[in-house]
Design a protein around this ligand. Sequence first.
Ligand code: CP
Ligand code: NVA
Length: 301
Amino acid sequence: MSSTRHFLAIPDLSRPELLTLFDLASRMKRPGYADKPLAGKTLGMIFAKSSTRTRVSFEVGAFQLGGHALFLSSRDIQLGRGEPIRDTARVLSGYLDGIMIRTFDHADIEELARFASIPVINGLTDLLHPCQVLADLLTIRESLGGWEGKVVAWVGDGNNMANSWLNAAGMLGFELRLACPAGYTPNQEILERNRKLTKVTLTADPREAVRGAHAVNTDVWASMGQEQEQEERARAFQGYIVDQALMDTADKGAIFLHCLPAHRGEEVSEAVIEGEQSRVWNQAENRLHVQKALMATLMAT
Ligand code: CP
Ligand code: NVA
């Protein structure tokens, strides 16, 4: 066990550290950045779920910073055959300089971090998706000039993304309004903790959440691992589509965000995701820049 710095949740970085991270990400994004803070370093990337953005952005990011990334499907490593997480953590710590993991149970990533002597980065669990929200915050800063005094609306499932938005709002102090159907609200403990830190509203009415908001955010109704609930969820989320009529109730300069992949015609209309207010492609690209900054912060010596 060790005191290595990990990034399992947004509050694992202090507010000043988060601000420094966004500045570094912006610097890395500008043409001409050529530092190689990860020279000679290897990131292991364990995936127990599918991924396009997370896998590619971490791998490309490590390479661009002079390092290397190793894709480890949990189906193909011994972890998938039952080798204990704590054993995997100690073995991999002897080879690698950092581990990024995407898995189901958040307790598993906590166990990995407890036993690893190298930084562990959360690439999504059922509870949280902090790297995505870092990218979303950078996108808000680029599009709206920052989050101070801004209202972020969340429409849909109180899932790993919603929980990470709650953590972000608590850390950075912006207002967050969540519209979630009954039975699909965010994690209660994360909600209560961040409610004490900033203005958080939870409603079942998307219009109440979106009215005057500066960023409107949604995600799929059934996350990875919930595919068998798809039909039941589609019924529960009727009326939760972010369409142009809903966007028109937001601030007139409002942007639309979605972590992707998206289901057009379910949580978002074709017109909104492809429309002028949509920042989803910038958001996806920003995964690369924030994660490079994160790897440099945690893994560079
Ligand atoms: N947004 C996101 O994490 O995408 P992937 O599932 O493709 O990694
Ligand atoms: N909430 C989604 C996010 C995908 C990037 C999921 O967990 O599947």
